[in-house]
Design a protein around this ligand. Structure first.
Ligand code: ADP
Ligand code: NA
Length: 350
């Protein structure tokens, strides 16, 4: 069997926010007690939208600082940035030749990100899913803690692994480099695992503080829409005070949140930060007005986030330290990736 290994990546695009923390980074922290983990700042992915070079370097360090400040142990696990391990790009090319145009054409994220002007989107944006598959499979990672928005990418990763295993099955058998695994109903000898989503640990979807129907996002032009991980206590409190709600108070049961996305979002946030359930929060605050609930939520958010922000600022001031973490992680990741690529080159005849 494949050795269990968790891989996940976050793009260095700046403005890390509470959604990134509760939906991704905090889960990364939780998984490290039970799994071997690789956490990657995917700077090659960021190139698909041509960021300013100086901003890109800054954002790579910001995400790394957030990983470390949130409590990821870079000694026990591996924290690195993608471009340090060139095998990601090498395997992505191989996968571009495995993936079919039709598969990539169906990816909803490309359609969303390219918008109406598809002719002008970078080719990189189109083949992004091949690189993502390579990120995961260059370590033969078995598990990925993804949010709903990444499910389609993970399915494509499995399709690529399966087609590779299938296309090269004779060669994999001749070289004796396969691992016995199930591929659908069939028992096969595959080189790449069919990576599974990891559903362990809560991953709430955090909505904008200004519009309960929109995801909290770094690309939202309104700074009041999101709580940035670098916000200080006063800013966090202000944003929660100004968060959109409705005239009703808090219901005592979850049913009473139906059709009230802004109200629901604040309850979801409280539950996520307190590591409890929505029902539990409503049992405590049901019947109260938002004027009473918001200060409690602000206190909780400050208690949970301000220490991370302080630690992020401390770590960010020491770029030499951040770079040394990335260098060390990159060297360790590079060894693992090269072990895989040596065999891949043999399998495909390079
Ligand atoms: P953004 O959506 O702001 O562009 P990314 O796409 O870089 O952020 O997301 C990085 C990680 O954070 C992903 O795992 C994604 O699922 C998670 N994430 C992003 N926004 C949210 C959100 N509003 N709620 C929950 N998780 C989120
Ligand atoms: Na996203």
């Amino acid at each position: 069997a494949f050795k269990p290994l968790v891989f996940s990546g976050v793009q260095p695009t700046g403005n890390l926010h509470l959604g990134n923390y509760l939906g991704a980074i905090r889960r990364f922290v939780m998984l490290q007690d039970s799994h071997d983990c690789m956490y990657c700042v995917v700077d090659l992915h960021a190139l698909t939208i041509a960021p300013d070079p100086v901003e890109l370097m800054k954002a790579t360090r910001e995400v790394t600082a957030a990983f470390l400040a949130a409590g990821i142990d870079a000694k026990k696990h591996i924290v690195f940035n993608q471009s340090r391990v060139m095998q990601h790009a090498e395997l992505a090319w191989v996968f571009n030749c495995v993936a079919r145009m039709g598969w990539l054409n169906r990816m909803t994220q490309f359609k969303e990100k390219a918008g109406k002007d598809r002719e002008n989107a970078s080719a990189g944006l189109f083949v992004y899913p091949s690189l993502m598959a390579a990120d995961i499979l260059v370590y033969r990672a078995t598990h990925v803690p993804v949010g709903d928005d990444q499910k389609q990418h993970l399915e494509l990763t499995r399709d690529i692994a399966q087609k590779f295993n299938n296309d090269y099955s004779n060669r994999i058998a001749d070289l004796g480099v396969g691992v016995e695994m199930m591929s659908g109903e069939e028992k096969v000898n595959g080189f790449f695992p069919l990576t599974e989503p990891l559903i362990e640990g809560p991953a709430p979807r955090v909505m904008s503080l200004r519009d309960g129907l929109k995801k909290m996002s770094k690309s939202d032009p309104s700074d009041l829409s999101r709580i940035n991980l670098t916000d200080d206590a006063e800013t966090i409190s202000k944003k929660i005070r100004k968060a959109k709600t409705d005239p009703e108070g808090l219901p005592s049961e979850a049913d009473g949140l139906k059709g009230r996305p802004e109200a629901e979002n604040l309850v979801v946030l409280y539950a996520a930060l307190a590591e409890t359930s929505k029902d539990q929060v409503l049992a405590e605050f049901g019947g109260q007005q938002f004027s009473a609930f918001k200060p409690a939520l602000a206190d909780l958010a400050v208690a949970k986030l301000a220490p991370i922000a302080t630690e992020m600022r401390r770590i960010s001031a020491d770029t030499a330290y951040i770079d040394s973490v990335l260098k060390d992680g990159g060297e360790r990741a590079g060894k693992l990736a090269e072990t895989t690529m040596k065999t891949v080159r043999e399998i495909i005849g390079l």
